[in-house]
Structures are given as C-alpha cells and as structure tokens.
Design a protein around this ligand. Structure first.
Ligand SMILES: Nc1nc2c(c(=O)[nH]1)N[C@H]1C(S)=C(S)[C@@H](COP(=O)(O)O)O[C@H]1N2
Ligand SMILES: [Mo]
Length: 489
C-alpha cells in the first residue's frame, strides 16, 4: 500500500517508510501549518527557567517551561534551552521513543522559520565492534552483559565477554599523545605519558571484580518502578589488571598537604562536563596500595570499551568508581562536585521517589554488599540430571575485600539448604578483591520448580530473602536471594 504525504520532499513512500510515516517519531518536529513561525533569534531569547524556556526539535518549536521540574534527567534539559535539543538527544538516545515524541509534541507552540534541518553527526559512529554473544541492553550508549551461563565457565572473564557499561560514546585516544594529569590542587600539576607510567613506576597485577551497582536490576523491577539499564545477573566480571599504583604517582608528586579526596575525570564527556568520580585518599594511600591505573586487562592492552589506554581499578568498590579513559586526577580537600558523582549511585528507601530525594543528604556508595547468583542453568531452563543429580553453578562476591564464607542453595524456599563448593580467587593481604565461583549437585528428587542461592561473607553479612524491602527507584544493590525457575524431566 502506498501513500502520498503532503510534504513534497518526502514523495512516495515504500511500505516500511509508510509505517514509519505513521509513527510518533516521524511526526515529531514536522512543520505544522496551524502554528506560527519563530526565528532562531526569537527562540534564543527564551532560556530563563524563571520565565520561559523554549527548545527546537527538527522544525518544531516547544515551550518546555512547565516540564523542567518533571524532566527525568533534571536540569539537564536546560542544556538545550533557547536552541536545538537534537545534539543532546543524540547523546541520550533513550529519548528516541514514541512516548517521548508524543510528550514533546504536546508542548508544541510553533515552527522554526526557514528551517534548515541539519543532518547531525552520530557521536556513536566510531564505537568499536562488540562480541555478538553479549546480551545487549542498549546500543547508544552501549550496555551489554555476559550471558549468565557463560559467566561461570571462566574464573577470569575473557575480555570480549566482559560486561560493558558505557554512559557516553567511547573516546578514541591516541596513545602517543596521551597524557595523564595529576593535579595537586592550587599547588602544581604533573603530566605522565604512557611511557612514563610504564617505565617510572613498579608494575603490579591485581585480579579484581567489577560489579555494576545496578547488577540484577531486572529482578528488582518486578517489585516496583526502577530506572536504569535492566541488567540480569551478568553486570559483573573478574579480570587481571596490570598497571601502576596510583599511590606511587602521588608519592612521586609529593604533595605538601594531606588531601582527603581524589577527583577522577575521564575523556568521555557531555555538555555538563566529563564523566568521573571521587575516591577517598584513605583508600588510595592505604597500606595495600591496590588502587591502580591499569594499562592491561588479562594480559592485553585495555580494550577500547574497557578504558584504553588507562583505567582506574579500585578493588572492592562499586563498578562506577573504576573510571575508564582516565584523563585527570585532582587532589582536593572536598568531595568532587561532578554531576555523575553527586547525582547518581546513591541508595534510597522504598518510598523515596525522584521528586522527593535529596542527593546531598546521602553518602556516595563505595563498597558493595554481599551478592550471589545462579548462572547455570539459566532461569526458565529445563534441567537434565546425571546419575540422579543436577549441577548448579554460579558466583558470589562481596565488596570491600570481604571473603565469601559460604554459599547455600535451597530448593524448598529456605527450609533446608545445600552448601555449595567454592572455588575462590587469590587474596591479596587477606583482601578478596575477586569472586568465588561455586558449584553444587542436587538430587533431582528434591527439585521443585524454584532454586535459590544466598551467600555469607567473612563479616557475617548475608543476603535478604525478599526484594520488596530493598526496593529503591534507581534499582541499585539488589542482593536479595537469587532465584531461578526450572523445569525437570
Ligand atoms: N569513563 C567512564 N568510566 C566508567 C563508566 C563510563 O561510562 N565512563 N562506567 C562506569 C560504570 S557504571 C561501571 S559499572 C564500570 C563498567 O566497566 P566495564 O564497562 O569495563 O565493565 O565502568 C565505570 N567506569
Ligand atoms: Mo555501573
């Protein structure tokens, strides 16, 4: 079926274009003859949140003043005020969906006069190729997890299967001109080339897990509204990181003052500034010196997606503190004000909503809680028994270097438990930065349709049975018992 649209530049459409032409996405920003025209000048005069804020999208002009306080991304909406929101939407691709187009059109006030609709560059066009086996949750930015059953095949997660959590396009950095800046606030600044890092400092190798604070968010989402990437249990991996101690660089710089915090800035950035975080100096300078600037992952130069050429590894800390593509480290007395540090990765209560939370009141999340998951078989699988038993495998991990003390599996909702066998990774000065993989065989006669796991760490911390009491709208730190449904013959 063909359809001719009023817009002359569109002409005759094929069927797939026709379906598109009926979509919200297509209609958003199209010229509307029932509305007045505004010039770019007119629009640029409306960027005062106290009075009025206008933005453009393609040929559409929108008054978003009343929407600012409801914008899920908060005041970021002001980045586009008085001009086009397209560059930001291309960066934050989650906007490209029918509901958002529809909402935008509800704020429509006019057309852009003499609009020359620019074809905007795709900031993600140089992102690297990824392993198609990965379970992809989003492409721009790229977010993908290891298929959960493959996770437990290796104590060291292969580079091309290690989960990827990007917030922005992958920066491409020339290793020849790369410089790491170390700024001693209001004092002096040092620059290190890759050669400096490799030749001036002792090399160390540390096996450490990285786990995203949102690991298992998809489970939490069954209990209420949560926001973020819908990870299953695969937003975790363990790798051997080789690099130099950040402590050694700081000792080399020899600050004359005892700073409290290190602000870490990365090369990936958006109009708000660089991606980055804050690490307390006490962690960097402790007697272990295990916070490293890694140049290699599992014996290879860091892959582009994992921070080439230099990433920070902060063992025992939540994923986001392990900053990729490190650009600058500044020492300071105060905690970093970077938006990614101040306005994210904080844990709220069950009744907190985006409208009532006070980010300033909450401390940043550093060490993680104790976690475990069943990876093999996968949820919903039909299991087979060998000699009357079914094998279950998974991982357990605890933040802060706590050792996994035990892992137990139940087939009867917690009445009785099977202790699993653990295969632990090496500890460094009694700190367990990596995970324990576990395995157990359960008689098929005992199996019902659900199997759950929980772990206990060396401090006696364990996992709560239920998710509902730990629900938080950001979907962080879900460490409730991990349960899977199974069928058996
Ligand atoms: N520069 C930079 N560092 C970053 C991120 C990022 O988007 N940019 N994501 C963080 C988050 S939230 C996590 S969980 C880990 C993921 O590391 P990976 O992609 O190597 O698995 O990187 C952290 N470091
Ligand atoms: Mo993360």
């Amino acid at each position: 079926m063909l359809k001719i649209l009023a817009c002359s530049s569109i002409g005759i459409l094929t069927y797939s274009q026709y379906k598109y032409a009926d979509s919200e996405e297509f209609r958003a920003g199209m010229r509307r003859s029932d509305l007045p025209d505004f010039t770019l000048d007119d629009i640029s005069r409306h960027k005062n949140p106290e009075k009025s804020v206008w933005v453009t999208f393609k040929e559409g002009v929108y008054d978003v003043t009343n929407f600012i306080e409801h914008h899920p991304g908060g005041e970021k909406i002001l980045l586009g005020s008085g001009g086009s929101i397209e560059p930001f939407w291309n960066l934050y691709r989650a906007h490209h969906k029918p509901q958002v187009y529809q909402m935008l059109e509800s704020m429509r006030i006019g057309n852009l006069k003499n609009a020359q609709v620019l074809a905007l560059d795709d900031p993600y066009k140089d992102d690297p190729q990824r392993n198609p086996e990965m379970v992809t949750h989003g492409v721009k930015p790229f977010n993908a997890e290891t298929p959960n059953d493959l996770l437990v095949n290796n104590k060291t997660t292969p580079n091309d299967l290690f989960f990827i959590r990007n917030h922005l396009p992958v920066p491409h950095i020339d290793p020849k001109t790369y410089r790491l800046e170390l700024v001693l606030y209001a004092d002096k600044c040092f620059e290190f080339s890759l050669d400096d890092l490799k030749s001036k400092f002792e090399h160390v190798t540390i096996k450490s897990c990285i786990q995203c604070a949102g690991n298992r968010r998809a489970d939490m989402a069954k209990y209420g509204n949560v926001r973020g990437v819908m990870w299953n249990a695969g937003a975790i991996g363990s790798a051997e990181w080789k690099g130099v101690r950040l402590r050694d660089l700081i000792k080399y710089a020899n600050p004359k003052h005892e700073y409290q915090h290190a602000h870490i800035e990365a090369y990936d950035s958006d109009p708000n500034g660089p991606f980055g975080t804050n690490i307390p100096m006490s962690k960097i300078m402790d007697e272990h010196g295990d916070v490293i600037l890694a140049l290699e992952m599992n014996g290879e130069p860091l892959p582009l997606d994992h921070g080439f050429p230099v990433r920070l590894i902060v063992p025992g800390y939540v994923g986001v503190r392990n900053i990729k593509w490190v650009k600058r480290i500044s020492l300071n007395d105060d905690e970093s004000n970077l938006i990614w540090h101040k306005r994210d990765y904080k844990v709220f209560g069950v009744n907190d909503t985006p409208d009532n939370v006070d980010f300033e009141k909450r401390p940043p999340l550093y060490e993680m809680n104790v976690q475990s998951a069943i990876c093999d078989p996968l949820d919903g699988a039909t299991v087979e028994s060998v000699e009357g038993k079914v094998t279950f495998k998974g991982y357990a991990y605890s933040g802060g270097g706590h050792e996994i003390a035990r892992v137990d599996i139940t087939t009867d909702k917690g009445e009785t438990w099977h202790e699993a066998e653990l295969s632990k990774d090496l500890a460094y000065h009694k700190k367990h930065w990596s995970w324990a993989l576990w395995e157990t065989k359960i008689p098929v006669s005992e199996l019902q349709n659900e199997v759950c796991v929980k772990a206990v760490d060396s401090s006696g911390n364990s996992q709560p049975r239920d998710t509902a009491p730990i629900l938080n709208y950001r979907g962080l730190l879900n460490n409730a018992w991990h349960c899977i449904k199974i069928n058996h013959k």
